[in-house]
Design a protein. Sequence first.
Length: 215
Amino acid sequence: MSAKPRFSAADWITLGHKVLAAGGTEAIKLDAICTAAGLTRGSFYHHFADHTVFMAALATEWAAQNTSRLVAALEGVADADARHLNDMALDLDFALEVGIRELARRVPQVAAIVEQADAQRLSILADLARARFGVSDQTAADLAFIEYAAFCGMMLIRPQLDRETLLRLSRRLDGLMRRHGDDACGGSPPPHPRPSPQPPYGSPKAARNCRANSG
């Protein structure tokens, strides 16, 4: 009879992602993850110096799979890549995304990894906005932030949305961005500034002009 294969560090991380997505942060506590693996603490500590190192490893592998892969696939971004990016984003495990972000709220080391991944995602979205709409760096950054905030909010509010609904919402947001993806409607100050502070992304008058011009 052949010996049972050794449970590797990669196996622990794969299991960690699975139980984190299914059961949240409680499911990856040390005793819980060892029970899920059917192994002892000794086996766990053979691969990870402590539990915090394990949680950081979960986040690092999540970032490699779900962020670095996206960035590499969209190198030399162009307008035609927008649909490809949507498809890749919608293929992410939303439950794992939510779990990693919940973990980041509790573990500073995880928070740092998530922050870096978010910065990479925002950067690629801003590059895409510049390529598609020919907007300024600031407007591209604004559009990227709005799009990413909508994506993250959708995951948090309804992580189990079906793909058809996700695609419909994604196309709706894309249409809105196409209509408003220019400096005049996206972030330029009004032509005759008033002394009082103006709302972000233009004054109400500028917004009305934007809607009138786009209609």
